[in-house]
Design a protein around this ligand. Structure first.
Ligand SMILES: [Zn+2]
Length: 100
């Protein structure tokens, strides 16, 4: 496992830790705000898992089907991880915010 994969795996561990802390905080307090924040953290866990997977794919050497290597796989990860952030940061994209 190279340095990028190690750091991506560590980011999964941190995302799971944060999710667990927020879930525990919700469980102890019953706060809906903490529940919402914990659910949002699920996206971070998924994004970290996608990042690790694509880093592993990108680190594979060139083969017959991909003579220029697999490094472009990381661009797919970047797009996949950008979509949830765009949805959260662009209220106009949500169906409930569309004008009648
Ligand atoms: Zn290949």
């Amino acid at each position: 496992m190279d340095k990028r994969q190690t750091l991506a795996a560590a980011s999964i561990a941190v995302a799971l830790l944060v999710l667990g802390l927020k879930g525990t905080a919700f469980w102890l307090t019953g706060s809906v705000a903490l529940y919402s924040d914990a659910l949002e953290s699920v996206i971070n866990v998924v994004a970290a898992c996608v990042a690790l997977y694509t880093i592993r794919v990108a680190s594979q050497p060139a083969d017959a089907e991909h003579p220029y290597g697999h490094s472009k796989a990381e661009y797919f990860s970047a797009v996949l991880e950008e979509v949830p952030f765009r949805r959260r940061s662009s209220p106009g994209m949500l169906p409930a915010d569309e004008p009648p």
